[in-house]
Design a protein around this ligand. Structure first.
Ligand code: NIG
Ligand code: FE
Length: 429
């Protein structure tokens, strides 16, 4: 058995308070657990992959007296937080869209660019032209940036293939990436990300249901690829509400959880539909209705907020305050993709606070325990609790809030990232 001790910390941000909460909503999102030391430091003990004890340096030293400790990490002057969980990313693609960024700054909208064949369509073409090796190198490099920015678990969507052989390739590469980088990966099947050229949304809906999801089931049954969720871009001019519902239900039937893009650029009734069919999560929701908020609160469907996307597209932010007050569990993601080029959850949290009016505590809860719950993994991840996986970040700062407050400075603040108890990133002095 491998035993690791982290000692001397100023604060340990447990996030959950009473232990074993699987997510936080309403006022509880603001009331996260933080252990502070007035005198002396705080310790956290890890055995193999798991957290086994949390307490003052003195108490932990007493409890483990005489026992062998393999690794010791000095966290003096530091705060320990759970690793961030990024609940929404599109990390596998080739090329970039910097030219479109310039167009958007000059006033073009996301849908105008998409209709001209740019946007997702452009990235699909670039991705097709890339070799497996190029795609894998790009993917692993992006995941590495995320890991170094404190993300220890990430949802990764396919979606720049659209049609079967291309989507299959992305699935295989996502699966392969697991052996190249020690970050947790939850795979979401997102063939319904856009409608390919020369196809209609109806033709693609049939193709995804009758061909792609059937082939996907085979792969899952053969244990070739571990896929968790099914996704659709439910949007005016992309997949309509009924097509989205059919695709999502077909995915659900083969055991995938529903986790999709909805009510982003236009109101489509995605929130109401998702709540009705038992979606675990719906992302974006900039245009959600009052009824949609109520439906998601009742169904406890997670709202995955992506503030970087609203910021880059200069669109109205989702009504996050109303969601939290109504009891919708809110999670957070970077949406890392060639449109919203970003990989740091600390930046998303800062934007969530400033632009979506979340408190620091709510943003952290959204980025940890609630994002984990939005991916169905909060029994093991997303908070610092005895028995949970030791996915941790150690930050050198006077109090934990600095990781959000010091906008873009996470590279200076994060000293160590641990995945399953092992140091996977250490900042050079
Ligand atoms: O979540 N809205 C659809 N999908 C992505 C954007 C992907 C892209 O533009 O390449 C999103 O914002
Ligand atoms: Fe997205």
């Amino acid at each position: 058995m491998l035993r690791t001790l982290i000692y001397g910390a100023r604060q340990i941000v447990t996030v959950t308070r009473n232990n074993k909460e699987k997510f936080l909503c309403g006022k509880d999102m603001h009331a996260i657990g933080v252990i502070k030391s007035d005198a002396g430091g705080l310790s956290l003990m890890i055995e193999n992959e798991n957290i086994v004890a949390i307490g003052t340096d003195d108490a932990i030293a007493r409890d483990f007296e005489g026992m062998e400790i393999d690794n010791k990490i000095d966290a003096s002057g530091c705060c320990i937080l759970p690793g961030f969980v990024d609940a929404h990313t599109h990390p596998i693609w080739a090329g970039d869209r910097v030219h479109e960024y310039a167009k958007k700054l000059a006033g073009a909208t996301y849908m105008e660019i998409m209709r001209e064949g740019g946007g997702i369509g452009f990235t699909v073409e670039q991705t097709k032209l890339a070799t497996d090796e190029e795609l894998l190198i790009g993917l692993v490099a992006r995941l590495k940036r995320m890991l170094h920015a404190g993300t220890t678990y990430v949802e990764c969507k396919t979606g720049y293939g659209l049609e079967w052989p291309d989507e299959l390739r992305l699935l295989k590469l996502l699966e392969q990436a697991r052996s190249y980088i020690p970050i947790g990966i939850s795979i979401t099947y997102c063939a319904a990300h856009a409608v390919p050229k020369n196809k209609t949304a109806e033709e693609m809906t049939e193709d995804i249901i009758n061909k792609q999801i059937k082939a996907l089931k085979q792969l899952i049954d053969n244990k070739e690829i571990d896929v968790n969720d099914i996704d659709v871009f439910c949007e005016k001019g992309v997949y309509d509400i009924e097509q989205s519902r059919r695709i999502l239900l077909a995915g659900q039937q083969i055991g995938l959880s529903i986790n999709f893009h909805g009510d982003e650029l236009n109101y489509t009734g995605s929130a109401e539909m998702g709540a009705e069919i038992g979606a675990r999560a719906i992302s974006h929701l900039e245009c959600i209705s009052e009824e949609g908020i109520r439906a998601m609160a009742n169904a406890k469907t997670f709202a995955v907020i992506l503030p970087h996307t609203g910021y880059i597209l200069r669109i109205e932010m989702p009504p996050v305050r109303k969601m939290i007050d109504a009891g919708v569990p809110v999670a957070l993601g970077t949406d890392a993709n060639p449109n919203a080029f970003s990989s740091a959850m600390s930046i998303s949290m800062n934007l969530a606070c400033v632009l979506c009016h979340m408190s620091l505590e709510e943003a952290l809860a959204a980025a940890t325990i609630n994002s984990a719950a939005a991916l169905g993994i909060s029994d093991k991840y997303g908070s610092i609790e005895v028995g949970k996986k030791a996915d941790l970040i150690i930050c050198r700062c006077p109090s934990w809030e600095h990781i959000i407050y010091q906008f873009g400075d996470h590279t200076h603040i994060i000293r160590y990232v641990l995945k399953h108890g092992e140091v996977v990133y250490a900042k050079s002095a």
